[in-house]
Design a protein around this ligand. Sequence first.
Ligand SMILES: NC(=O)c1ccc[n+]([C@@H]2O[C@H](COP(=O)([O-])OP(=O)(O)OC[C@H]3O[C@@H](n4cnc5c(N)ncnc54)[C@H](OP(=O)(O)O)[C@@H]3O)[C@@H](O)[C@H]2O)c1
Length: 279
Amino acid sequence: MKQSDGKVAVVTGAGGLLCSEMARALAKKGYKVALLGRTLEKLEKVEQQINRSGGTALSIPTDVSSETSVKAAAEIVRKEWGSYSVLINGAGGNQAEALTNTTAFDERELLDDGSVKGFFNLSMDTFLSVININTMGTVIPCFVFGREMARQKKGAIINFASMTSFRPITKVAAYSIAKGGIVNFTQWLATYLAPAGVRVNAIAPGFFLNDRSRKIMYYEDGTQTDRAKNVLHHTPMKRFGEAKELIGCMNWLIDEETSGFVTGVTIPIDGGFLADPGI
Ligand SMILES: NC(=O)c1ccc[n+]([C@@H]2O[C@H](COP(=O)([O-])OP(=O)(O)OC[C@H]3O[C@@H](n4cnc5c(N)ncnc54)[C@H](OP(=O)(O)O)[C@@H]3O)[C@@H](O)[C@H]2O)c1
């Protein structure tokens, strides 16, 4: 294994909206950044942005729900840069097929004729796949990369929860189960790894427009869907978040000096969504 100064970060979902921003911010702070995600082209775009601005990044195509794939990625990071001290678990998200288009039971769903898509029309295989990617896709990187952090007695892990971790949002049952689980697992692992000097926290973003959610929030002509109006109605700041608005929290959570006693928490960054009872 190469010797490193420990300023190495592993970011999963690094080709996506939120974690590409985090990867760029980590590189600006002098971290070498391993970019993990499914699609190489998305990772390479971020890698080029980082390398062009004087940072160091490496794209490693990885399926975070596969232990074999994550172990292979860890081996590449170890060979290139030695050990690491930061793990950001951003890979995840929903799948359109796992969403209902009703917010409550509708008798028509029992006809199975496609007139509505309710809970009873969902594919249980897809349901399980969403739970798997959004739970095991965090557990496995913690299992693989956390081991080295525990050995070094040093490290900070940040997981990704959601508003639906706290109270389940309509239509997204599988994703809600998974993201509820992330808060629970963050607490569990924080407790478990405290003697190893590894802190584990989570960020719970409110609503940010990534490639998938933009299609849910906006029609092609640019007008807002009812879903978007509903979200903004329940967001006191009356807008969607921007990826850069997570960076202060990330910087704080990875900084031993200023957050060294913080572990097991989930921090909402949500424009007030959680604070608003909607009345
Ligand atoms: N945006 C929001 O409003 C919001 C709100 C709450 C929570 N979150 C959570 O925050 C995290 C980042 O969200 P985002 O908005 O940045 O989403 P995003 O733009 O869709 O990025 C997510 C990334 O995760 C990757 N990914 C998905 N499954 C993977 C797998 N099995 N293995 C490896 N990589 C995988 C995707 O790669 P490919 O594209 O190559 O598949 C994608 O680049 C997610 O966990 C999401 O659930 C987002």
